[in-house]
Design a protein. Structure first.
Lengths: 218, 211
């Protein structure tokens, strides 16, 4: 979706500001929101791509005004309701209408092992690659309403396959319909000038990870 | 989202139960009452991210690569496996790629679409990495951003920006600074900064050449 989360190349955002103290969390609630997101993911009601798409759907003005963990809180509320763990009424009232029936809950003793689980986006499926390193490609000029990993700044652009990472889940469909649509994911190199014109350095480049479904031969 | 703060950087403490703090507490209470979340597991998760993961992990990887050419080779060829040799695996580091800086190439990592970052080796990302200015500017004006954050890049050095749009996570292998010949792996790990491993700064030896 052409959301405000797709920020690459936007102007007017100001300087990159560095905090002096850089605490991991700035207040207790930020820490709780981070932990709640992980503890709720334990129920496997949604995938990582649906999680990302939830935050992308925060209305633009709110998205820009929200701090990082406000976005994660807002996204989690959406995911809980949309996937049936919590009702909208419960979220509003704060009072449970029904208790979850016999579900497994992440326990403190399981935290360390749960965080070490490799939730692989990489798949074992045998899928032929459409491109090999060195091939020239043209990215799709496509503006889907749903989730996509092809940012606006790299649509309809020419690049070169730098490396083939193997077969991965395709997030664009996985976020919308849970369809993994296994296919190759590549690092694609774009000359900075192809993306940004003459103001960019002729020496520089931008690499994006893109999938077969984003690319045509050029 | 009723209570926005103009300056999240200056904020150390929220007012008691204002906006998001109140919402977060209400949500946690609801999830605990419904039997979906164990609050003690939340404590354990928070402790993990505050005290057990962080850029010290990545610094050990870099220092090893600086002293051990065979490890460096493994790291550049199969970063996930080479990093797993240290036991650094799991969430947000499932598939790792290491990018080698050279005198002619500087690598910089960003996530323009969200906040992707290699948690097992660097911990949770700093606020600036997740901020709109960095996400917006790193791809279109990397030299300007580098100038602000870590020093100007000479015109004859190539800048490669890596936008983390997939589930691959990137770690920059900075150049070993001059003047660190003969340093131990532990001493070297001390000078590897988080920013050098994101690629916005270079590793520097304090009082270079004086040891």
């Amino acid at each position: 979706m052409n959301g405000v989360h797709d920020m690459g190349g936007m102007h007017g955002m100001g300087p990159v500001e560095i905090e002096k103290s850089e605490p991991v969390f700035h207040s207790e609630w930020e820490a709780r929101v981070h932990a709640l997101n992980i503890a709720c993911s334990f129920h496997r009601k949604w995938n990582i791509d649906m999680g990302r798409h939830s935050r992308e759907r925060i209305p633009p003005a709110e998205y820009l005004a929200a701090t990082y963990y406000e976005k994660w809180l807002r996204g989690l509320e959406m995911l809980l309701v949309e996937n049936g763990l919590v009702t909208a009424k419960e979220l509003q009232s704060g009072r449970p209408e029904f208790k979850a029936s016999a579900v497994n809950v992440l326990r403190p003793s399981e935290v360390a092992s749960y965080l070490r689980v490799r939730r692989l986006a990489r798949l074992d499926d045998k899928v032929a690659r459409k491109f090999k390193p060195g091939d020239s490609v043209l990215t799709h000029n496509d503006h889907p309403i749903g989730h996509t990993r092809l940012p606006r700044y790299a649509r309809g652009k020419r690049g070169v396959i730098d490396r083939d990472h193997g077969v991965f889940i395709f997030p664009d469909t996985h976020a919308m319909t849970r369809d993994k649509k296994p296919q190759h994911c590549y690092s694609v190199r774009f000359a900075a000038r192809e993306l940004w014109g003459h103001r960019a350095s002729a020496r520089d480049s931008v690499y994006l990870d893109l999938w077969d479904d984003h690319l045509d031969p050029a | 989202m009723s209570d926005h703060h103009d300056d999240e950087h200056a904020r150390e403490h929220d007012l008691p139960l204002s906006g998001p703090a109140l919402r977060a507490k209400a949500l946690e209470s609801l999830l605990v009452e419904k039997g979906l979340v164990d609050p003690k597991a939340l404590d354990e998760l928070i402790d993990t991210y505050e005290t057990k993961v962080g850029p010290r992990n990545g610094a050990r990887i870099v220092a090893r690569a600086w002293v051990d050419p065979a490890y460096r080779k493994r790291l550049l060829e199969n970063a996930t496996a080479a990093i797993a040799e240290f036991g650094f695996i799991g969430r947000q580091g499932e598939d790792m790629v290491v990018l080698e800086n050279t005198p002619k190439v500087r690598n910089v990592v960003v996530c323009t679409l969200c906040s992707c970052y290699p948690w097992p080796v660097l911990g949770l990302p700093p606020v600036w990495y997740k901020s709109a200015p960095y996400r917006a500017r790193a791809v279109i004006d990397p030299r300007g951003v580098l100038k602000e954050l870590g020093g100007e890049v000479p015109e004859n050095v190539e800048v490669r920006v890596w936008d983390s749009t997939a589930e691959l996570r990137y770690l920059v292998l900075p150049e070993r600074p001059e003047g660190t010949e003969g340093w131990s792996e532990d001493e070297l790990a001390e000078i590897v900064t988080r920013d050098a491993m994101i690629g916005v700064a270079q590793a520097k030896a304090p009082g270079q050449g004086k040891r």
